[in-house]
Design a protein around this ligand. Sequence first.
Ligand SMILES: Cc1ncc(COP(=O)(O)O)c(C=O)c1O
Length: 419
Amino acid sequence: MSRANFTTVLQQELDRLDAAAISKRHERTIEDFTADPAPKGIINGKPYGIFNSNDYLGLRHHATLKSADHAASQKYGTGPGAVRFISGSLRVYTELEAAIAKFHGRQAGMLFSSAFAANLAVLFSFIKGQSKDSLVSGNTLVVSDELNHRSIIDGIRLGNLSSEQKAIFPHMQGDALRAVLQENLGKFDRVLVVTDGVFSMLGEIQNLAVLRKIVDEFDEQFPEGVWLIVDDCHGVAACGATGRGAEEVSGAQADILVGTFGKGFGADGGYIVADQVVIDSLRESSATYIYSNSVSPGTAGAALAAVQLVDSTEGKALVAKSQASVAWFKQAMQAAGFTFAADSQHPIQPLWIGDAAKAQALTKALFEQGYMVTSINYPVVAAGKDEIRIQISAAHTQEDLEAFVAACVSAGKSLGLVS
Ligand SMILES: Cc1ncc(COP(=O)(O)O)c(C=O)c1O
């Protein structure tokens, strides 16, 4: 009977989430895609324009990536077989790691099954090392931007730090970070300052030049220094003149950069780039690398093709197109009376709603007009800060954008959001 009691609790919890309009499990099934420049998803036989994907450059349907995926799986098989320290590294993995390190101007790169896994790995490893006899002390202070991604939060939680060892600085406020470092002088061996490069819910780009300067000011004052760790999953292959993300926009580099191949690059898998010694040590200490498979060879092949493509003339044109589309969309929506939750220059455009039920109603109204967008609500954003996260792709044509804005206006009017 005890298990029956718990399943009752689980059902009640699901009902509670549904009643509060914040449940996430009612996922739509996409059966197929159309052959449009920005392929529409077919759901129950009907095409839907996609404005809620992280595929910022429209690469996931690109013929070059598909054939690279096919070629790599023909050559290496469909799965990795085992983790790399047991069964060896497939050449496509090492080529991908070299390519992504070069793309970011770093000594070395390391591939993970996801960026979530990469964040868990780097935070846990740098907080305390992996085993009791590790030479890496656990006397670490971690300082994190208050709006950091869940994978960073969970990485910090894994370190099981005391409350003195954790500090959260107000979103993008460098002065507050400086104050935390000042207060903690003499108390810790090393400090990890960790931030998103682009904040996934608002599209805001962290000012890495400000953080870099503060981190460098304090570096000499802790025995093992102050490390800037940046997760730029949404920035890479999305913003910056050549798609190098927040680092390129702000003109400053992280000590350790985490990225994903699963968003702008149109493939899948996470990565870290850094100095060789950092990557070598992560290969010894990252549980999510040592005890968990890599992405499939086909996916790594597609990711490698994506890195090469983003760096080509075609890739640069896609980044430029994305930036022009974002500027046009933002201006058209503001002219129609909509407000954004942040002034984002990134393909993430957060439409301000401020109420979970209204956000859900707008999402539904747009779906009825043939568009997929996603309402974002608690706990992903604070309660009352509900938004519709719209994501523009370089593959959207001007006609796609105009038709989508028209649909937003008509749905917005019917719900009284704009007049
Ligand atoms: C900032 C940030 N970091 C990490 C991740 C995780 O990326 P992946 O899907 O590669 O695990 C995401 C995706 O939601 C993200 O937005």
